[in-house]
Design a protein around this ligand. Structure first.
Ligand code: APR
Length: 228
């Protein structure tokens, strides 16, 4: 069966209580997320950025996967072809539902050493100057891909996009590249493309099919159709 590639965004975790970026809750304590999620912000005010991610880490840790996460895990388990899930989200809700994912923007429950590149499970509360367990330097930072940094696993992701028969984008506004350009790659490779979203994304016109509504309703129905 044809390979399925699925891109998810903040909208799939919205019904688990995690805020999206560009919805009403897109601001954090009057800071635009784009102004906090950058290497410059971290260099300028490491305490502010560390606190921002400690709060998001705590929020994500207490959230539960919803029916949309569960449906994608079911698809991966029951579909008799490859199902690749690429998420822009940094929460662990796909994994909590039993799915395997590629975290192209990193993940909250992982820390990265800016000195030696070592990665380790992040403590719930990271400190400014968190000590790296490998090099012992005070260079720990959240393992999050900030604006201006290169997303992870891009070669692998593009390899999947050019060889899939079906591409779906779920709960993403299509305003941040390279993820917003994935539909174009999949379409150029001849894949059928579908957007499942609450509102039309900025790239909705590039999708062959759209299904609007909350992810906890649209995704289980879509998966049931694929598995029938
Ligand atoms: N069900 C389905 N879709 C939803 C729901 C829901 N319950 N609630 C919101 N959405 C949709 C919105 O319509 C919107 O299109 O989810 C999308 C959320 O868009 P953003 O907040 O922009 O989140 P996302 O697209 O994931 O942002 C991409 O931007 O800030 C950076 O790195 C950050 O990964 C993030 C990237």
């Amino acid at each position: 069966m044809e390979k399925i590639v699925i891109l998810t965004g903040a909208g799939i975790s919205a019904e688990s209580g995690l805020g999206t970026f560009r919805g009403a809750g897109g601001l954090w304590e009057n800071h635009r997320v784009e102004d906090v999620a950058t290497p410059e912000a971290f260099a300028r005010d490491p305490a502010l950025v560390t606190t921002f991610y400690n709060q998001r880490r705590a929020g994500a840790a207490s959230a539960k996967p919803n029916a949309a996460h569960a449906a994608l895990a079911r698809l991966q388990a029951e579909y008799d072809g490859e199902v690749v899930i690429v998420t822009q989200n940094v929460d662990g809700l796909h994994e909590a539902a039993g799915a395997t994912v590629l975290h192209m923007h990193g993940q909250l429950d992982q820390a990265l050493c800016a000195g030696c590149g070592h990665r380790w499970p992040a403590p719930m509360e990271m400190a400014v100057g968190e000590v790296c367990p490998a090099c012992k330097g005070p260079h720990g930072r959240p393992d999050i891909v900030w604006f201006g940094e290169m997303p992870y696993d891009m070669d692998e992701i593009f390899g999947h996009l050019v060889s899939c028969g079906l591409f779906a984008a779920i709960g993403t506004s299509g305003q941040v590249y390279p993820a917003a350009g994935f539909v174009q790659e999949a379409d150029a490779a001849g894949a059928h493309t579908v957007e499942l979203n609450l509102d039309p994304s900025s790239v909705v016109s590039q999708f062959a099919e759209t299904r609007f509504g909350p992810a906890t309703q649209t995704v289980p129905a879509w998966v049931a159709g694929l598995l029938s």
